[in-house]
Write a protein that binds this ligand. Structure first.
Ligand code: ADP
Ligand code: MG
Length: 762
């Protein structure tokens, strides 16, 4: 069920900023004059040639000159809108205009100056003051902050600033940003913090803040959910959403000479803004049935604010100086058209995605859990008192409901339990009749019980804390959220509101008077003479003629603007065509025909994103899905093709060996020996050897004496070997003089032959 307001038009107000220091120093002429009472902006043409042209007059709902105060703007124009958001309507505030004309000043203002705070901080104060004064209502306020830059949506409150978000659409709630983070805020301070965090992220990545902000749209979203008991005895939830939009600078981006990325950037920058203009035109036109909301992210996201379910205020910001005249006129014309958009706001009651309902249900669930827990304890406590289960067992596991739970002695209960267990533990320790083993076992049991008790207690405490935290997020009136909630302030605000209303009515009346002036004049007039009639009619004719001229001039201006715009579009088109031709050239010459047609058949357009995407590769011949690669061939760790498998076995090279491809030699130990070398025989040794090899007959050895000294009889082999006749050996006369054996142990002198030194060379 939703209550509707009568259709209302988009409210358009114009604000002209003061001359800045540079403009004053350069003595620029002021070409804009503002009639606050009549709600009119008059722009004079400063050029000599066109000085005779009549000034251009635009009428709006309200206009604000350079002396306007932020708070006046808020009270007169924005407060009623925020009030309707608090009632459950959607509301949107746009700031439109050339860079440097005060869009950000109007929306955010000067942070540390309470007098110069813009709409966003003022609305914080307004919302939380309203909540603190409310009665029998529960509120939940949350905030999100996003930015659209080059048709990409960025969440300014997310940790990952590189992430881009997507727009999605649901039939029940409309267009929304998928995965946009939102923070539940409990006070002005908290929501201000959210805004500051977002603002810091907004400037990341750009050296010049105004440069970046002039090319991006920032949207601060406050969602206010309010739950109230209806006449039917049921709780009803109303959800109001407030979009606070600081648009990109409306001036034309220079596109000339841009190529590639820069051209893309230039064409994308104002896409959202020109789409916004087209949407406004289509809405006002009344003839076109198709409204091009889908042409840009901004218009899709704010679809409801333009011709849909929302109350909308557009602030057109202009500069007063002569050099800005062209842009000022464009802005005024643009916003003049927006005046005629009709919206159909209605209260959003009981929507499916209300977070407040989720919170209420979660709190109820947690409370139920808590009650169950304490119910269980109570039960066991009662049982314990009755003398059953005095061991204190079954602390858990009791899940029966116990309605007469009294929260006060919950703390006592925990204490009691702990004390009891401690006492029992001590008793066991002091009980000497128990065997040591038994003691340890019992002690362990008790300790476990104590641990369980502690855990149980912690879980209970956590649950209570969670309930408290969740409840604290739901705001109720009567509490002092904002300090100055006294009656006087309330009265003051009421008065301000009345004054604003009064002013508004006065302005409307004056505007009406002005338009009816001529008609009434005509009706009242009676002509006394023909001459008088001629005079008066001539005068009127002159007036009408002047009007006609003004309208003609306006038409001429608009036509000129159109031609300029068309020329620019043509230029962009030319550049894009040139770009396209280059791509075509590359494709024609460097991508084989076969591949091209494969790619073309795979490409499709995603209606949701308006992007070309590629379908996954399929087998074109039979249109089956491509067979999935085998995860692993049997026996191998990786998938292998047949060729690779054969090559792996046949060829020694490592090309196809997916693993163990390094071939190493055997690791040999270091050498610890040297090669055998024949000994060099000394001459004496050679002589000895020669002697030794002499014919047996020539040697006179007293072998008997040798053997008798060793033992009783020489071994037969020894004697035979000594007696063995050998012939053909050279004889030497030297040894004949040595009758005794060199081996004779009994010989006292030095040995006849040199001692053997082994094989190591000298
Ligand atoms: P935009 O966001 O449109 O690019 P800014 O809000 O940054 O422009 O304004 C540019 C400058 O003009 C700022 O220094 C701002 O303080 C000043 N300014 C804009 N509007 C007003 C105003 N109404 N009164 C005083 N100063 C203003
Ligand atoms: Mg700005």
């Amino acid at each position: 069920m939703s209550k509707s307001k009568s259709p209302e038009t988009v409210k358009v107000v114009v604000r002209c900023r003061p001359m800045n220091e540079k403009e004053q120093a350069n003595k620029f002429e002021r070409v804009v004059s503002v009639d606050v009472k009549l709600g009119q902006i008059v722009v004079r043409n400063h050029r000599e040639a066109s000085a005779s042209e009549s000034p251009k007059v635009f009428t709006f709902d309200s206009v604000y000159d350079w002396n306007s105060k932020q708070i006046d703007l808020y009270d007169e124009t924005f407060r009623p809108l925020v009030d309707s958001v608090l009632l459950g309507f959607n509301g949107t505030i746009f700031a439109y205009g050339q860079t440097g004309t005060g869009k950000t000043y109007t929306m955010e203002g000067v942070r540390n100056d309470p007098e110069k705070r813009g709409v966003i901080p003022n609305s914080f104060e307004h919302i939380f003051t309203h909540i603190s004064r409310s009665q029998n209502q529960q509120y939940l306020v949350r905030a999100s902050y996003l930015e659209i830059y080059q048709e990409e949506v960025k969440d300014l409150l997310s940790k990952n600033q590189a992430h881009r978000l997507e727009l999605r659409e649901r039939p029940d709630t409309g267009v929304y940003v998928k995965d946009l983070s939102s923070f539940v805020t409990k006070s002005v301070r908290e929501i201000e913090h959210v805004m500051n965090v977002g603002n810091q992220n907004r400037s990341v990545g750009s050296t010049n803040m105004n440069e970046h902000s002039s090319r991006s749209h920032a949207i601060f979203v406050i969602t206010v959910e309010c739950s109230e008991l209806g006449v039917d005895g049921e709780n009803h939830i109303r959800v109001g959403k407030l979009n606070l939009v600081d648009l990109a600078g409306s001036e034309r981006q220079a596109k000339t000479g841009a190529q590639g990325e820069r051209l893309k950037e230039a064409t994308k920058i104002n896409l959202s803004l020109s789409a916004l203009g087209n949407v406004i035109s289509a809405l006002v036109d009344g003839r076109s049935s198709h409204i091009p909301y889908r042409d840009s992210k901004l218009t899709r996201l704010l679809q409801d604010s333009l011709g849909g379910n929302a109350c909308t205020v557009m602030v057109a910001n202009i500069g007063p100086a002569s050099y800005n005249m062209e842009e000022t006129l464009t802005t005024l014309r643009y916003s003049n058209r927006a005046k005629n958009i009709k919206n159909k706001p209605r209260i959003n009651e009981d929507p499916k995605d209300a977070l407040l309902r989720e919170f209420q249900e979660e709190i109820a669930r947690l409370k139920g859990q808590l009650q169950k827990r304490s119910g269980g304890k109570k039960k066991s406590k009662q049982r314990r008192r009755a003398g059953e289960g005095s061991d204190g067992e079954d602390l858990e596991g009791e899940t029966e409901e116990d309605d007469d739970e009294d929260g006060d002695d919950k703390g006592d209960y925990w204490g009691e339990q702990q004390e009891k267990l401690e006492r029992e533990r001590k008793a066991i320790m002091e009980d000497h009749s128990l065997v040591a083993e038994e003691k340890v076992r019992l002690l362990k049991k008790k300790e476990k019980k104590m641990e369980d008790l502690r855990r149980e207690r912690e879980a209970g405490e956590m649950l209570t804390a969670k309930v408290k935290a969740m409840e604290s997020k739901l705001l109720v009136g009567g509490k002092n959220i904002v300090d100055h909630t006294n009656e006087q302030q309330k009265m003051l605000q009421q008065r301000r509101h009345e004054i604003a209303e009064q002013k508004h009515r006065e302005r409307e009346m004056q505007q009406q008077m002005e338009s009816r002036d001529e008609e009434t004049l005509e009706l009242k007039e009676t002509y006394t003479s023909l001459q008088q009639e001629v005079d008066i009619k001539t005068k009127k004719l002159k007036k009408l003629f002047a009007k006609l001229q003004a309208v003609k001039a306006e038409i001429h201006d608009i036509q000129e603007a159109h031609i300029r715009e068309r020329q620019e579009l043509e230029q962009t088109q030319n550049e894009l065509t040139r770009d396209l031709k280059l791509k075509h050239l590359i494709i024609e010459n460097f991508i084989p025909q076969e591949e091209r047609s494969k790619i073309v058949s795979r490409a499709y357009i995603d209606e949701e994103d308006e992007h070309w995407k590629m379908q996954p590769i399929t087998r074109l011949e039979d249109d089956q899905r491509m067979r999935t690669r085998p995860l692993s061939a049997v026996g191998y760790r990786r998938p292998l093709c047949h060729h690779a498998r054969v090559a792996m076995m046949m060829k020694p090279d490592t090309r196809y060996k997916a693993e163990n491809i390094q071939i190493l030699d055997m690791d040999l130990p270091t050498r610890t020996t040297i090669d055998y070398q024949e000994p060099v025989i000394a001459p004496t040794v050679a002589a000895a050897l020669r002697d030794a090899l002499r014919d047996e007959d020539e040697i006179q050895v007293d072998a008997l004496g040798f053997y008798s000294s060793l033992g009783p009889t020489p071994p037969a082999s020894a004697i035979s070997s000594l007696k063995k006749p050998k012939s053909g050996r050279p004889r030497t006369g030297k040894m004949s003089s040595t009758p005794t054996s060199p081996f004779s142990p009994s010989s006292p002198g030095p040995p006849l032959y040199p001692q053997c030194r082994g094989l190591v060379p000298k």
